[in-house]
Design a binder for this molecule. Structure first.
Ligand SMILES: [Mg+2]
Length: 235
């Protein structure tokens, strides 16, 4: 029989637990210093093209396209892939993540749910030490919003909390799960800088940093059959 948790806390990785904008900036610095400004400009354009086409960041696809445009003698794909595979991801975990996750773990099962290329994402989450912090509960989908039912089947719960930096994902989870989910918008990174926009419904909570998640506590009985996370005020 499948175990059912009172509360499962779903955590995004990129720009929620890990400073992925900083990792991208380091990659751009490498491209500029090794291949020059022209290829750096092409990287920026291809990155946005791929993100628009796939609705997700895929470094392998970006690197393949960049290789096609590079000088034949330049081993762009291998060099950039190697860089990302050796990158010290642990240094890019946001400040306060570890105490925040320890605090949240007292209330519910922690599950990282991320999207993108599975190789890079798996490597990054493991090397950053995040997989260990959530006891290996990591799900990687190309588009997580297409797999909300799968997530709920894999981790059955009376109530879910969902932390993400992207407004459209938070709204999608709320539309599908309704009162079964508490959405927490973590306003970090490029997506959050663009504001909430016209997405509906609004998030239940908004935090300026993931570190503030340690000040969320569950409110038992707030919703039938489950518990919600609520912000603590006055601290
Ligand atoms: Mg994210």
């Amino acid at each position: 029989m499948t175990h059912r948790d009172p509360l499962v806390i779903l955590l995004d990785a990129d720009n929620t637990l890990i400073d992925s904008d900083a990792i991208k900036a380091d990659l751009v610095t490498l491209i500029a210093s090794r291949y020059g400004p022209a290829l750096r400009e092409r990287f920026a354009a291809i990155y946005e093209d791929v993100r628009a086409e796939l609705n997700v960041v895929s470094y392998p696809v970006v690197f393949q396209r960049l290789q096609r445009e590079a000088h034949a003698a330049e081993d762009v794909f291998a060099t950039l892939t190697d860089y990302m595979m050796r990158y010290p991801y642990r240094r890019r975990v946001f400040a306060g993540v570890r105490p925040a996750l320890r605090a949240l773990a007292a209330y519910g099962r922690l599950v990282v749910v991320t999207d993108g290329d599975p190789w890079f994402q798996g490597k990054k989450i493991t090397d950053a030490g995040i997989a260990g912090l959530v006891h290996g509960n990591v799900l990687i989908f190309t588009h997580k919003e297409d797999h909300i039912t799968d997530i709920c089947l894999r981790y059955p719960a009376d109530h879910y909390a969902f932390f993400d930096d992207k407004p459209h994902l938070l709204a999608a989870f709320k539309r599908q799960l309704g009162d079964r989910v508490t959405t927490v918008w973590v306003r970090q990174g490029a997506y959050a800088a663009g504001g909430w926009g016209a997405h509906h419904p609004a998030p239940d909570h908004a935090l300026d940093s993931v570190a503030a998640a340690r000040d969320l506590v569950p409110s038992f009985g707030a919703r039938p059959g489950g518990q919600a996370l609520v912000a603590v005020t006055g601290r």
